[in-house]
Design a protein around this ligand. Structure first.
Ligand SMILES: *[C@@H]1O[C@H](CO)[C@@H](O)[C@H](O)[C@H]1NC(C)=O
Ligand SMILES: *[C@@H]1O[C@H](CO)[C@@H](O)[C@H](O)[C@H]1NC(C)=O
Ligand SMILES: *[C@@H]1O[C@H](CO)[C@@H](O)[C@H](O)[C@H]1NC(C)=O
Ligand code: FES
Ligand SMILES: [Fe+2]
Length: 440
């Protein structure tokens, strides 16, 4: 075929394409016009259809599709770093240049730590978790019990959690298929009749409450110093979703927030619905703002503490939405927040897990009764909005080991002495923990 023909062919093609394009754009234009005309004519109907579908969507999100909201390490607290090509580098520079302060307590206190949500660990499921300076393998056997073992196989060191299989209540290594039973003992080796004695993996005490699998961590190697009953809410109410944050701070900073009464009306006073109150304070009268009072106290048992919080949502000097919150701190890393609002109760389960010496994974999971699902779904987001303001401070602050306490701060001092019970003689120091390859 001559080149000329080819060119002509191509031209033909282009012509038809142009025609098609012209036709389709004409068609789209026509369709858009008629839709517009229709909407314009039946504005009220269209408006109600819109509201109706919005309502259906909100119902769907509240009842059947739990809300999920997550923020990574560089996402909160770096608004001061200008946009531009090198923003990421500049955030890393800010993080590296940060001073963490001196005399920081050990990074891993003794206690129960959340590893994985129950709903994310099916029967036969295996999950790899790096936390507390440990590499762990969490799996659920046929008996539906979640178990936590050291991730490294004693044979040649493969990671059981990455490619390993659950057989009955055993975990099988992906490398040479050795099997380890409930107590960590090796129970079977392929092509070997008698398994030599004394081959085992380390197992960790675990429990499954509040919709989460927890591991007991203790620097002294003691068995659990306390146990926790499952809460009624997580058993009987519906799960409305969760928010999670990675926070670059020492674990103690996070529960200390509850004993820091003065910060509530400074950090959390502007409305949880929007940040514009910072820019235009007069809007606070219209949108509303918060007023808090709180009281931190030690609990009935050594490992318990509680906070009573009274909250007002104030619009034009009127308290339009009073909420009382009773907070139960259980050990170093587990908190139950019980909200009593005019629209019904809600409960938030908070867990804090150190995934590196100074990096915490903080998860809030919301439960409400059925009738209160919409408020619960909203709470996942609204609470995230308030919590992000704390995170912005944590991600940039340094630890001060002996602050000047004013009168309002007396509970911070009490909190610190209460929290020190979770450190013990063998607790890994921050310096040693930072030698660990898990550091980021
Ligand atoms: C919030 O607290 C800050 C600091 O105390 C204050 O300057 C600001 O006016 C307060 N905002 C509202 C809405 O109360
Ligand atoms: C905030 O709450 C405290 C204690 O409940 C109360 O004394 C104070 O008047 C409240 N402030 C406002 C602005 O309503
Ligand atoms: C909050 O607690 C106060 C005092 O204990 C009580 O008077 C008030 O009714 C409570 N409000 C709600 C919404 O439960
Ligand atoms: S490394 Fe696990 S069986 Fe060989
Ligand atoms: Fe806070």
């Amino acid at each position: 075929m001559a080149i000329k023909d080819l060119i002509e062919n191509e031209n033909n093609c282009q012509n038809t394409k142009v025609n098609e394009l012209y036709l389709s754009s004409h068609l789209t234009y026509g369709v858009l016009c008629s839709i517009f005309e229709f909407v314009f004519k039946h504005f009220k109907v269209a408006f109600f259809v819109f509201i109706f579908f919005l309502f259906i969507y909100i119902l769907y999100k509240s009842y059947w599709s739990p809300v999920f909201y997550a923020k990574e390490l560089s996402e909160v607290g770096f608004n001061h770093i200008p946009k531009g090509k090198d923003r990421c580098l500049n955030i890393i520079r800010a993080q590296k240049g940060r001073r963490f302060g001196s005399k920081l307590p050990p990074p891993y206190p003794n206690g129960w730590f959340a590893l994985v949500e129950s709903r994310d660990l099916v029967v036969g499921g295996v999950v790899a978790i790096d936390a507390l300076g440990l590499n762990l393998c969490v799996y659920r056997g046929e008996d539906e019990t979640a178990r936590v073992v050291d991730a490294y196989c004693p044979h040649l060191g493969a990671n059981l959690a990455i490619g390993g299989n659950v057989c009955g209540n055993c975990i099988e290594c992906p490398f040479h298929q050795w099997k380890f039973g409930e107590d960590g003992q090796c129970v079977s080796i392929p092509h070997t009749e008698t398994v030599p004695k004394g081959i085992s993996i380390k197992t960790y005490p675990s429990m499954e409450i509040d919709g989460t699998v927890w591991v007991w961590y203790d620097a002294e190697g003691r068995p659990p110093l306390w146990t926790v009953e499952d809460s009624d809410e997580t058993k009987n109410w519906g799960y409305r979703g969760r928010n999670e944050f990675l926070v670059n701070a020492h674990i103690q900073e996070i529960p200390e927030n509850g004993a820091d009464v003065a910060h509530l009306n400074a950090v959390h006073n502007v409305s949880l619905l929007t940040d514009v109150g910072y820019k235009y304070p007069f809007l606070n009268n219209i949108i509303g703002c918060h007023n808090w009072s709180a009281e931190w106290s030690k609990g009935e048992m050594d490992h318990l503490a509680q906070i009573k919080i009274a909250h007002q949502y104030i619009i034009m000097k009127f308290d339009v939405f009073p909420i009382n919150v009773t907070v139960h701190q259980i050990g170093p890393a587990h908190v139950r927040l019980r909200f009593h609002s005019p629209l019904g109760p809600m409960t938030i389960i908070q867990s804090v897990t150190p995934i590196a010496p100074l990096v915490q994974k903080v998860v809030h999971r919301v439960y409400t009764p059925r009738y209160n699902a919409i408020l619960g779904a909203a709470l996942v987001l609204m609470e995230a909005y308030q919590f992000a303001r704390d995170v912005a401070i944590w991600n940039n602050k340094r630890y001060v080991s002996s602050p000047v306490y004013v009168k309002n701060d007396k509970t911070i001092r009490t909190f610190r002495s209460w929290f020190s019970q979770f450190y013990s003689e063998q607790s890994v120091s921050l310096k040693d923990a930072l030698q660990n390859p898990l550091d980021w």
